[in-house]
Design a protein around this ligand. Structure first.
Ligand SMILES: CC(C)(COP(=O)(O)OP(=O)(O)OC[C@H]1O[C@@H](n2cnc3c(N)ncnc32)[C@H](O)[C@@H]1OP(=O)(O)O)[C@@H](O)C(=O)NCCC(=O)NCCS
Ligand SMILES: [Zn+2]
Length: 239
């Protein structure tokens, strides 16, 4: 890690950063997942997330990226598609549209979520399955043209929290109550978790919504880092 002890590093990659040679950074299970994606964009996003994790940690540990030990075991089914974990670093990955974000903190659990705002979504029907009544009411007060963005902000704030705790899709998002999009990000209530949480929105360009949750009382110092140079260099440590 290049930053101070409390900083959460968010490494950002773009789909155009993907190149086939990055697959050499992956382990066998990851290459299996890579091969299973049928759409090139899904392949690229997964490849980039894995390569960013492995190159950042490989550089810190002074080992080749492919030798970094990652555990992606899903607690539900045992397959390697769960929250990514490793000794000595807390991690979270998110990909959507053109963007891939990977959050790192040495100790505090982190959850990151980025979503391309899709103006064609049926925000009102999605609200019924993912927002509390109060949030859904607040959403109806948002101008129709702004509703997709507002919904997506709610969504990323909630997802960041459930990704930090590791609940992921097991959590009922209607019960993860967050502040309204025009207010500073905060978790207001969730009976599924009673520890400390800090939530912040991340700047990700006008087409995206993004949020970071950290399971701590401290306001996180967030450092955004462009992963492009790390991904384009061949100069990662080799044995
Ligand atoms: C986190 C979750 C909600 C995905 O969210 P999403 O918006 O669709 O996707 P994102 O790009 O933001 O996040 C994907 C990342 O979440 C991580 N993730 C998966 N499960 C997670 C969990 N329970 N908690 C935190 N992070 C999780 C993975 O690192 C994944 O990255 P990868 O695909 O590169 O391995 C996740 O729980 C999920 O949907 N998993 C897939 C569903 C699934 O396969 N379930 C099968 C269970 S048997
Ligand atoms: Zn599973």
């Amino acid at each position: 890690m290049t930053s101070g002890p409390q900083a959460v590093e968010i490494w950002w990659a773009r789909v155009r950063d993907a190149r086939p040679e990055l697959a050499a950074d992956l382990d066998a299970a990851e290459r299996g997942r890579l091969a299973a994606y049928t759409r090139d964009e899904d392949k690229a996003r997964f490849l980039l997330g894995a390569a960013v994790i492995r190159r950042v940690l490989g550089r810190d540990l002074e080992v080749p990226p492919a030798d970094v030990r990652l555990d992606r075991t899903c607690p539900d089914c045992g397959r390697p598609h769960g929250k990514v974990a490793t000794d000595g670093m807390q991690l979270s990955v998110s990909h959507s549209g053109d963007l891939v974000a990977v959050a790192f903190h040495p100790r505090t659990a982190v959850g990151v979520d980025v979503e391309l705002v899709d103006p064609t979504i049926e925000a009102d029907s999605l609200a019924a399955v993912s927002l509390s009544e109060v949030e859904a009411d607040q959403l109806t007060e948002v101008e129709p043209a702004e509703r997709a963005r507002a919904f997506t902000q709610y969504w990323t704030r909630k997802e960041a929290v459930v990704k930090a705790t590791g609940d992921g899709i097991r959590a009922d998002l209607r019960k993860v109550i967050v502040s309204a999009p025009d207010h500073p990000a905060a978790l207001l209530e969730w009976s599924g978790y009673d520890g400390p949480v800090r939530l912040v929105d991340l700047p990700a360009g006008q087409d995206y919504a993004a949020a970071l949750a950290v399971l701590s009382d401290e306001i996180p110092d967030v450092r955004s880092i462009d992963a492009g140079p790390l991904l384009s260099s061949g100069s990662v440590p080799r044995r």
